[in-house]
Write a protein that binds this ligand. Structure first.
Ligand code: FCB
Length: 476
């Protein structure tokens, strides 16, 4: 264990969270479900990508993953045993509309209907994400996110899911981390579909934003309860290095953060974003009416937070650094910012190599609260991968993970104490799972999954979290 990780500087004593604060855990369809050919599901871009040699660590795929699709009741019982208030899952588009557009696949709908009913029976509030990266392959073949038609197809898919589950889902999240879909999927190629074209990445940014707006409108037109509408973004919390730090921070902030928050929450693209990407694209894909469609009223903003990043402008002479630290296993995912370099952050680090900096979380929450006053926030993902070991007795002692969660929850508490409206916190993740380009090599779960036997074993962190959920008190 890294002794730095147990520094006590963020350990406040006995912090209480309010009675309505929601404690939950999150997963995503392709990362846990497996059963990729069951009951009419068709391939997604992640099936294709993970089956392409050299793309994913060890050649791992989501073919079986945690086999959650076939173990739904067992997994629901685990959630109940932890006393979770809420569960954030994602719906696999290729189970619902397998070809991306057209025919609806009833068995796919039935699966999520059983999931939602199973949650409600156990007193667990369902939070549904419509898109956590498993785009139907047919839509990629027709152009993928750089094509406008994908956003339109998303709206139709959203309406189908809304009609099926829109009497029972409490919170709808349209997209998870469109930054990853656009820049890693189409810019650096480190994620499916693995394309590497800056102009495509920026077109994908816009069509993902459009999908969000059209998706919220589609849901609103069909659901029958009164849910919250949301989107989940992964913010880049930036540190500047040296004199050129501020200029580099502004560029990355425009691409990573404001390219999503400004259209979604203000109905405009930032002028500096358009200017700094002028050599890559003329943004002609933004059509009249798009920004109004994107700018839908939201009830809550989903925030995913893991670490911070340090940037400066590259001097053009020394070897260019690129320790982005966030799933960047390919080339640079930053169109129009090839003069920015990402320099290594001080530790400690998780098993992902991501630096542990809880202060970045309350800083982020405070900044969002200031820029978008009145918009409630929800931590839809936070957690850590560590290389767990299983004792002879079969236990998993994971004090590093507990410490990470503890210190980030203390940061959330500090933000709340300063007046930021944070509604809840979801641990990433409930289970060890398929960690995208890293395959099964990185374990984020509070419940261990043995990939040979598929046996689930709650780690110490699961017991710790269950105690927190029950008491709402973050112990010293
Ligand atoms: C986020 C993703 C999630 C998982 C965590 C570690 O970027 O939304 O699926 O991979 O990181």
């Amino acid at each position: 264990m890294n002794p730095d990780v147990l520094r006590n500087d963020y350990r406040d004593t006995g912090l209480m969270f309010g009675p309505d604060f929601v404690f939950g855990s999150a997963t995503a369809s392709y990362q846990i479900e497996g059963a990729v050919a069951a009951d009419g599901r068709r391939p997604s871009i992640w099936d294709t990508y993970s089956h392409t040699p050299g793309k994913v660590w060890n050649g791992d795929t989501g073919d079986v993953a945690c086999d959650h699709y076939n173990r739904l009741d067992e997994d629901l019982d685990i959630m109940a045993s932890l006393g979770l208030d809420s569960y954030r899952f994602s719906v696999a588009w290729p189970r619902i509309v397998p070809e991306g557009t057209g025919a609806v696949n009833q068995p796919g709908i039935d699966f999520y209907s059983r999931l939602v009913d199973g949650l409600l029976e156990r007193g667990i509030t369902p939070v549904a994400t419509l898109y956590h990266w498993d785009l139907p392959q047919t839509l990629e073949d027709a152009g993928g996110w750089p094509a406008r038609a994908t956003a339109e197809a998303f709206a139709d898919y959203a309406a189908v899911v809304g009609r099926a589950l829109g009497d029972r889902v409490a919170t709808w999240t349209t997209l998870n981390e469109p930054w990853c879909s656009a820049y890693l999927g189409y810019g650096s190629g480190a994620h499916a579909p693995g394309r590497t074209d800056g102009a495509d990445a920026l077109a994908a940014v816009h069509h993902l934003n459009l999908a969000h707006g059209l998706g919220v409108q589609a849901l609103r037109s069909v659901v029958t309860n009164e849910p919250d509408y949301s989107v989940t973004l992964n913010f880049h919390v930036l540190r500047g290095e040296g004199e050129t730090g501020p200029a580099a921070m502004q560029k990355i902030d425009a691409l990573a953060n404001r390219a999503f928050t400004h259209p979604i929450l203000k109905g405009e693209y930032p002028a500096d974003l358009i200017a700094q990407t002028a050599e890559v694209t003329d943004w002609a894909f933004v059509r009249p009416g798009d920004l109004e469609a994107i700018n839908q009223p939201l009830d809550v903003l989903g925030v995913n937070y893991y670490s911070t990043a340090r940037v400066r402008l590259w001097d053009g002479v020394s070897p260019r650094q690129n320790s982005d630290g966030h799933k960047d296993m390919g080339g640079s995912p930053w169109p129009g910012a090839s003069d920015v370099e990402f320099v290594p952050q001080p530790g400690p680090y998780t098993d992902m190599g991501w630096n542990i900096e809880p202060a970045g979380l309350d800083e982020l929450l405070g900044a969002l609260h200031e820029e978008f006053p009145g918009l409630p926030l929800m931590i839809t993902e936070n957690g850590a991968a560590f290389a767990d070991t299983v004792t002879d007795a079969g236990d998993i002692h994971d004090p590093d993970r507990i410490d990470y969660l503890h210190r980030h929850l203390a940061a959330v508490h500090r933000a709340i104490a300063r007046g930021v409206d944070v509604r809840g916190y979801f641990v990433w993740s409930l289970f060890d799972n398929f960690e995208w380009g890293y395959g099964y090599s990185k374990r984020f779960g509070i419940v261990r999954v043995d990939y040979d036997t598929l046996q689930r074993t709650p780690k110490d962190s699961a017991g710790w979290f269950a105690e927190l959920v029950a008491s709402h008190r973050l112990h010293a």
